[in-house]
Each structure stands twice: as C-alpha cells, then as structure tokens.
Write a protein of this length. Structure first.
Length: 278
C-alpha cells in the first residue's frame, strides 16, 4: 500500500498542510512510481535503508514492503507527525525528525556497516547532500535518488558531456553513477517545471586513487572549474606553476572540462610533490 493523488490531497487538506516551495517539496502521488524506485534500488529484507525527505511516506511505504529496515528522515514540522502516523503499522520503519544536512551520520548509522540511501530528494538539497555523503559517510555504500534530471546528468557526466563539472569529478573519484530511469512531472504534486531522473550511485570499495588527498584534489578541481572558460594556465595560476603542467603531462591550454579524474589526480600529485619538496 502507498499513497495516491487523492489520498495525498486529502491528507494535506485534513492536516492544513501544503507543499512548501522553500523546502523543495514535490510529493510523488503515483503508486507505481514509488514501487519502481524500490525495485530499481534492489532492496531486500537484509538491507538497512535511509530515506531523506520522506514527506507523507509514499516511498517509505513502498520501501517498507520490501522487508528492509527503514529509517525515514523528515525535517518539516507539519509533515513529520503525518508521516509517523502513516507508517505506524510497519514495525520495520523508524521515523526521525531531523535536517539531513545537519545529522550526525556516524551516530545514526552506527548499528550497521552498510546502508542504502533511497530518496526523492528535495530539489534544493540534492547535489550538496549526495556529495557530502560521498565525502564523509562511507557506511552509505549505495544510493538510488530521484533528483532534477540536470542534476543527475551533472553527477554522472564524463569528459565530453555538456554537464561535466566539478561534481562529476568528485562522484567519479568515490563511486560509479548512472541514470536508470526518467520520471515524468505528472507523478508529482505539485507538478514541477523541470524533468526528474533516477540516479544510481555505487560507492567503490576504495577511492579511485588512494595516493592523493581528496580535499586537496577537490580544491584544485573547484579552482579549475570556477572559471571554466579559461585555459588552465590562467584558471590555476594561483595553484599550478608552468613546470607542473609539463611534469604532469597536462596541456596548459586545456580547460577544466577537458580533464578526466585521472588527469586531475596526476596534476594534483605534481603540485603536492613540489610543495612537499620545498
């Protein structure tokens, strides 16, 4: 059982609630869509699942039907009591009233070594949340998230794609990512003006490169993409010397979008080695 458009509208009316644009709230009101998300996440009864932005519980209910242990996180003061009421009959669901961007993840996930994030992420937190979890929360080993299609494309883009940028490099360093489905606007209440997509992210057993400092690497990448239309010799002039490009075998007239994650790592190693040798 999950929530239809009629049920969702009635719940909102009865509790005097409305979707909040400030929180990027768009509720899924098509039962088959949430069931599809649960299927694509490959959830089994052995999994521990964290859901962010649980809303009224439409996806929560579909996930609960898999038999997995679900932790549903919702920040909205008005929605949280309704969520808790809607999932009360499911002993495998616990609800947490919290802001996902401020959670103590190490404490929340302490009772299991591996977790799966499955979520219809609010549009305003999708990218920062995914990237923060990749950086700081290794217990989350898989993600299946519904985000704006342009966000999904950015996170899984590779060199040569229009959407390729600093977030793409970070995701590639930590994980593999691919779009596994599109989601039409008609399944949401209210209907968004942008398309949505389902993005699967699988964390690597270890980062793509273990001999670089991730923070230093990503600082360099962000500096390069901050002025992405400039050549690297100009965009990175505060960080990289002309000889560094030569040693790293990187064309200084290239732009940030021309370098894949391996080339960024090579350039960072060269810069770091020079600084260490001082």
């Amino acid at each position: 059982m999950t929530l239809s458009r009629t049920t969702t509208s009635e719940l909102l009316r009865r509790h005097g609630l409305a979707p909040r644009r400030s929180l990027g709230q768009n509720f899924v009101v098509e039962p088959e869509t949430v069931r599809r998300i649960a299927r694509l996440a490959h959830i089994t009864s052995d999994d521990r699942v964290i859901e962010v932005g649980a809303g009224l519980g439409a996806l929560t209910l579909a996930l609960a039907d898999t038999g997995a242990q679900i932790t549903a996180v919702e920040v909205d003061d008005g929605l949280f009591p309704v969520l808790r009421e809607n999932v009360a009959r499911h002993a495998n669901v616990r609800c947490l009233h919290a802001d996902a961007l401020r959670i103590d993840w190490s404490d929340l996930l302490a009772d299991a070594p591996h977790w799966v994030l499955v979520a219809n992420l609010p549009y305003n937190v999708g990218t920062p949340l995914v990237l923060d979890l990749l950086d700081d929360v290794p217990r989350i080993t898989r993600m299946l998230v519904m985000v704006q299609k342009e966000v999904a494309e950015r996170l899984c883009a590779t060199v040569g794609d229009d959407a390729y940028g600093a977030p793409s490099v970070k995701v590639a360093y930590w994980a593999t990512a691919r779009i596994v489905g599109d989601v039409p606007a008609a399944v949401f209440l209210p209907q968004p003006r942008v398309a949505s997509a389902l993005l699967e992210i699988r964390r690597r057993d270890e980062p793509l490169f273990t001999d670089v400092d991730p923070q230093g690497l990503f600082d360099l990448v962000r500096a390069g993409f901050a002025t992405r239309r400039k050549m690297l010799r100009s965009a990175l002039k505060q960080h990289v010397l002309p000889d560094d490009f030569t040693i790293a075998d990187i064309d200084p007239t290239a732009r940030a979008e021309d370098l894949d994650v391996a080339q960024w790592a090579r350039l960072y190693r060269t810069v770091a080695a020079r600084k260490t040798a001082r």
